[in-house]
Design a protein around this ligand. Structure first.
Ligand code: KG4
Ligand code: ZN
Length: 338
């Protein structure tokens, strides 16, 4: 089955085609980062308009590559969570195409897309597993008994990890989205004279809180203004170390509490080198294994939506019309994939 995946939940337009028989994936990805940079964050109206401009020509490229629209068997689009206007662009493209070609169509949960992205690799994680989902809008630890059966073990009470990276990067004068830039600055030094707290690690539980780290960074920046290069890098290093340490401690705790031996890490922050290295070490010490998606499937993309859609469509799931979007939607509300 050849499933088209359409991702427009935030500031990336992703169109992909997944062939579940051959495993072949074709994809096009367009990042709107340049359009949002001058505002220091994603502007929802600009995001929607840009998806309208980019999505159809990207779909056309894929259709040309597969020799015509008749090769598409089914359609998956991101139904939520995300920006409502941006989601509606993808949903309407899916709806129009499904209606015109009389194809089955399914709305996919964006975070399930992220969670399943490691399955696109050859070395696939086994079940059951713990998933750490870390992106610009979400920070979740999920008990995955089976694909489609999710129980949230912990989540952030305030800022998402990616959001904390981006806000701290802004304080350090780095351009939006600052996550990768802050990480590069942090990795440019081997140590730091500064120390950040490891929020909510001292008491039991798997919830997170990252807004305090941003405040700690603000206090350090103010105390050392004007910031010289060494201080900037050392603040970045200490911030990243605190985030990575906090995530490592909670992941270990989640593995201990569930007794599971597989850990999956996905979402944009899953691209962080330090996080990958530390979680890998922790998992080995714990007799467990950690799986990451390929870097190209860490941040938002259409491939993960096509893949998640293909799994559910193969299980006989499709949405009745009319198609809708769900800007807020919990993973726990999804039906099992059977
Ligand atoms: O999953 P994603 O592309 O979009 C959302 O669904 O939010 O994640 C984007 C987030 C941004 O906050 C970005 O700064 C962060 O992931 N990010 C990183 C790195 N690469 C992306 N954060 C830390 N280190 C990185 N290497
Ligand atoms: Zn995402």
């Amino acid at each position: 089955m050849k499933v088209l995946g359409i991702e427009t939940s935030c500031d990336e337009t992703g169109i992909a085609l997944y062939d579940s028989d051959s495993g072949r994936m074709l994809q096009r990805l367009y990042s709107q980062i340049e359009a949002h940079r001058e505002y220091g964050g994603v502007v929802p109206e600009i995001a929607s308009r840009d998806h309208v401009v980019k999505a159809a020509p990207m779909l056309r490229e894929i259709v040309d590559e597969i020799g015509g629209i008749g090769a598409i068997d089914a359609i998956a689009y991101t139904r939520g969570p995300g920006l409502i206007g941006a989601l509606m662009v993808g949903a309407n493209l899916a709806r129009g195409l499904a209606w015109a070609r009389d194809l089955p169509v399914l709305g996919v949960h964006h975070m399930e897309g992220h969670l399943l992205a490691p399955l696109l690799a050859d070395d696939k994680p086994g079940l059951p597993l713990v998933a750490l989902l870390v992106s610009g809008g979400h920070t979740l630890l999920v008990d995955v008994a089976a694909f489609g059966e999710y129980r949230i073990l912990g989540q952030t009470l305030d800022d998402a990890v990616g959001e904390a990276f981006d806000k701290t990067a802004k304080l350090l004068g780095l351009p939006y989205p600052g996550g990768p830039e802050l990480a590069a600055l942090a990795d440019s030094v081997d140590a730091s004279r500064f120390e950040f707290p490891r929020p909510m690690t001292g008491k039991p539980g798997l919830d997170f809180s990252f807004s305090g780290l941003k405040t700690a960074a603000l206090n350090l920046v103010r105390a050392h203004e004007p910031l010289d290069e060494a201080n900037r890098a050392e603040i970045a290093h200490a911030f990243q170390a605190a985030v990575v340490d906090t995530l490592r401690i909670k992941c270990r705790r989640a593995l201990e509490e569930t007794g599971y031996r597989n850990l999956v890490v996905a979402g944009g922050v899953g691209a962080n080198r330090q996080l990958r290295a530390e979680l890998d070490k922790m998992a080995r010490r714990h007799g467990a294994r950690v799986y990451f998606p390929a870097l190209e499937y860490c941040t938002d993309n259409g491939a993960m939506i096509a893949y998640a859609g293909a799994l559910r469509l193969a299980a006989g799931q499709a949405d009745p019309e009319p198609l809708d979007v769900l800007p807020r939607w919990s993973l726990e509300d999804l039906p099992p994939i059977r």
